[in-house]
Write a protein that binds this ligand. Structure first.
Ligand SMILES: [Zn+2]
Length: 188
């Protein structure tokens, strides 16, 4: 399999593979799995560099999961940068699992997007406002607990949905895509 990750090689939602469930990864990580996860992390990092993104045909992203490159394993890479491009969050996670989540919901006012989705699906995606995620992070080389809220919590839930073969628009209320839950906290 080609290890080149770009907008041409990323699995889109017209490919049934995107619905495949991902399997747990055995630890210690094989060198092949580690290489895959680091390539995914590099994709996310490079994707928000305009020059590299244009040259290599990368769509900007804050996260990518292994199934999106055709590998049904529970691995995901996430990078959040500030307005100056400095990394404020960086994870390369193996077997991440939500261990608890808040009842309180949140959603992005702009809706969500996904590297595997090219057609626009408008509407709000309600998610837990806070999640606690247990995972092995290869960057820290240990098992960690991430206590996330707001945008990072949304990203983690979006990426972990990929392990179940779920896409963000599966959560959109088809009858009322812009229904505003008065109890939910909006993220602008
Ligand atoms: Zn996605």
């Amino acid at each position: 399999m080609s290890m080149l990750i770009n907008n041409d090689t990323i699995i889109k939602d017209d490919n049934e593979l995107i619905r495949k469930k991902s399997e747990d990864v055995s630890l210690p990580l094989s060198s092949e799995d580690k290489e895959t996860l680091l390539k995914m992390l590099k994709y996310v990092d490079d994707s928000t560099d305009n020059e590299i993104a244009e040259k290599e045909n990368l769509r900007p992203a804050v996260g990518i999961s292994a199934i999106q490159i055709g590998i049904p394993k529970k691995m995901t890479a996430i990078i959040l940068k500030d307005s100056e491009g400095k990394k404020i969050v960086e994870y390369a996670l193996v077997n991440p699992k939500i261990v608890s989540e808040s009842v309180e919901k949140t959603y992005l006012s702009t809706g969500e997007g996904c590297l595997s989705v090219e057609k626009e699906h408008e509407g709000y995606v309600y998610r837990a406002r806070r999640v606690k995620v247990k995972a092995y992070d290869i960057l820290q080389d240990k098992e960690i607990i991430i206590k996330a809220s707001g945008y990072l919590a949304v990203i983690l839930q979006h990426e972990l949905d990929h392990f179940k073969g779920m896409l963000y628009y599966d959560h959109i209320n088809a009858n009322a895509p812009f229904y505003e839950d008065p109890e939910a906290i909006v993220i602008e």
